[in-house]
Design a protein around this ligand. Structure first.
Ligand SMILES: [Zn+2]
Length: 119
């Protein structure tokens, strides 16, 4: 009986540790994604400041062919990497400042999150 209870206690501790680890990684990934999205928005502000264009609309466009960037190509950092830094439609270069800013702000969000006592 005691052995069974100890095995159950160890099992709960292991499950608890694994669950805590999974939640921790989910929060870190979520912080990176939110930070990446904020970084993406900041590059839009950077590009459009002083041009009279809105910061939300029109949607992100290729700087070469002016076609809208599809939502699945606009995922922070990953979209740029998957397309090799080029526009899907015309092959024009997408400036490296976009993924760099997204990665930097994502990293800042993760670091701030890790410095808070709740994580
Ligand atoms: Zn293009």
């Amino acid at each position: 009986m005691t052995t069974w209870f100890l095995m159950l206690a160890v099992s709960f501790r292991t499950t608890d540790r694994v669950l805590t680890s999974v939640i921790w990684w989910c929060v870190v990934i979520w912080l990176g994604l939110v930070g990446g999205a904020v970084g993406s928005f900041l590059t839009v502000v950077w590009d459009r400041l002083g041009t009279g264009e809105g910061f939300v609309l029109p949607r992100s466009r290729c700087p070469e062919c002016d076609r809208p960037i599809r939502w699945y190509h606009n995922v922070p950092v990953l979209g740029w990497l998957l397309l090799g830094g080029r526009c899907y439609d015309c092959g024009g270069r997408i400036p490296v400042k976009h993924p760099l800013t997204e990665a930097l702000v994502g990293l800042i969000f993760i670091l701030i999150g890790l410095m808070t006592p709740w994580l």
